[in-house]
Write a protein that binds this ligand. Structure first.
Ligand SMILES: [Cu+2]
Length: 494
């Protein structure tokens, strides 16, 4: 007998198959039939529960003429989209049909890191399956999130080859009234890098295949004078994406899933690996507007360009261009600049000289070492330094944090983030409230340039309840790709 999740799974699949047929037929005409970015299968919660199956499998996908030896969920390089509301329960049956260990992390989730919730210590061996049960807290900021595998040593390759997807926590429009009733578009951005070798298509792309919803180029139609909500998730393992449309301004209404305190107008959107950005886009007068991805080499020899076109927005109709008025919103969490601090710490992101080995406070990741022990109820200030000339970012599981200053420059309280860029040879000061009892347990902080995380730039955090001195969650090894080198076990943090 098929379960509810199986039936939903089949339904989502039928939708995907029909869509593929439409896009193949319309490709000959040079235009997407839907006038949208390529549609990804969506599964939504019903009566507070989202029950679904994700099957990881190997599949060759073709993007921009390049054959990618992908690993995908449910056959979809862009990944199925999970839609649920704060308070909903995600019952996710993960099936591993690939030849490597996998698991899931729900990036930005404030859910418990224990048991079969957002627990990255789970390892699902080839041929095995696992039932996740993740209860989204009512306090989860509504917005755009994503899920991906989190295996130390293969995070980069598995994410790059496709094992990720978007997750939308419904209700952003309640925080951002201007977004009510607008046409929404989801853009799942991925980049896949490979040695070009003799492959002419890879050479043309300088070894980096960029895609939106698994497609190298899209034709999108929009109504002149309308405003749309674009939700961008950069699921690339290592690379920033810089998107712009000549003559258009974007207004940032949410970052990393959380509504911003101001609409922040920008000409170009710079979305780092793992980061999310939700934007109001005011459509101009009728015309064709290329969506450019900047600072990416394309073309050969004299035809080489530093940017590439990922889509054309065909704006039609008589509507007059307008600008959405800039609005401010009250932040829904307390300003941590006023909080009483319980501890201050310094984290130094570094690199071993001459080696592709990355460290935090001089240490390479060790899954049997707890680097930071934090009593529940703490609000801490962390100075996070990048002592290298390389790009790093700071991401911590289970919480959003407030950026207080960047290179000594005070920052306004208009956003809560789960991932922040660390300027080269610079530092960022953040404040983090470890106050929700749901987050008790052991989880990670790391650089979200996944090649750095794979090569050591990760630490283990434990939030413990001081009223329960005995550790309620025994040390569990973190799953590793074969042959991983780890740091020594003798650097136990106090
Ligand atoms: Cu890094």
């Amino acid at each position: 007998m098929k379960s509810v999740s199986d039936r939903r799974h089949v339904r989502a699949w039928r939708g995907a198959v029909i869509f593929c047929a439409v896009s193949v037929a319309s490709a000959a005409m040079g235009q997407e039939a839907t006038g949208d970015f390529r549609a990804l299968p969506v599964v939504s919660s019903q009566h507070g529960v989202l029950e679904t199956t994700l099957v990881a499998e190997q599949k060759e996908v073709v993007v921009d003429g390049v054959k990618i030896p992908a690993y995908v969920f449910n056959g979809e390089y862009g990944g199925p989209v999970l839609r649920l509301r704060p308070g909903d329960t995600l019952k996710l049956h993960l099936v591993n049909h690939i030849d490597q260990v996998i698991n899931l992390h729900f990036h930005g989730s404030h859910a418990s890191p224990l048991a079969n919730s957002d627990n990255v210590h789970i390892a699902v061996e080839p041929g095995k399956s696992f039932d996740y049960l993740v209860k989204t807290p009512l306090s989860q900021p509504p917005g755009l999130y994503w899920y991906h595998t989190h295996i130390h040593g293969s995070a980069e390759s598995l994410t790059s080859r496709g094992l990720s997807g978007a997750m939308i926590i419904e209700g952003l429009e309640d925080r951002v009234p201007q977004a009510k009733g607008l046409r929404q578009r989801l853009l799942v951005v991925k980049s896949y890098a490979a040695e070009a070798g003799d492959d002419p298509d890879l050479k043309r792309l300088h070894g980096v295949v960029q895609s939106i919803n698994g497609q190298g180029h899209a034709d999108v139609t929009a109504a002149a004078g309308s405003t749309e909500l674009w939700r961008i998730s950069n699921q690339s393992p290592n690379d920033y994406i810089h998107l712009s449309i000549k003559g258009l301004k974007f207004r940032i209404v949410a970052l990393d899933g959380a509504a911003t305190g101001n609409d922040l107008p920008v000409d170009k959107v710079d979305v780092g690996p793992a980061m999310r950005m939700e934007l109001l886009v005011d459509m101009p007068a009728a015309g064709d507007y290329p969506l450019m991805s900047g600072s990416t080499l394309t073309g050969l020899g004299r035809n080489m360009k530093t940017s590439r076109e990922l889509a054309v927005v065909h704006v039609t109709g008589e509507g007059a261009p307008r600008e959405t008025p800039v609005q401010t919103r009250a932040m829904t969490t307390p300003d941590l600049r006023q909080a009483r601090l319980t501890a201050s710490r310094t984290l130094v992101f570094g690199q071993k000289p001459g080696e592709e080995v990355y460290t935090i406070n001089g240490l390479v990741f060790d899954h049997m070492r707890t680097d930071l022990r934090i009593p529940l109820g703490s609000t801490e200030e962390w100075t996070i330094r990048n002592d290298t000339d390389d790009m790093h970012s700071f991401h911590i599981h289970q919480v959003h944090f407030q950026v207080v200053s960047i290179n000594g420059e005070p920052q306004p309280f208009d956003r809560m983030l789960d991932t922040v860029r660390l300027p080269e040879r610079g530092y960022v000061v953040v404040r983090i409230a470890f106050t929700d009892p749901l987050i008790v347990g052991r989880f990670m902080l790391h650089c979200h340039v996944l090649k750095h995380e794979d090569r050591g730039m990760m630490q283990m955090v434990e939030v413990y309840d001081p009223k329960t001195p005995a550790m309620p969650h025994p040390m569990a090894p973190h799953p590793m790709a074969p042959g991983m080198v780890m740091g020594p076990h003798d650097h136990m943090a106090p």
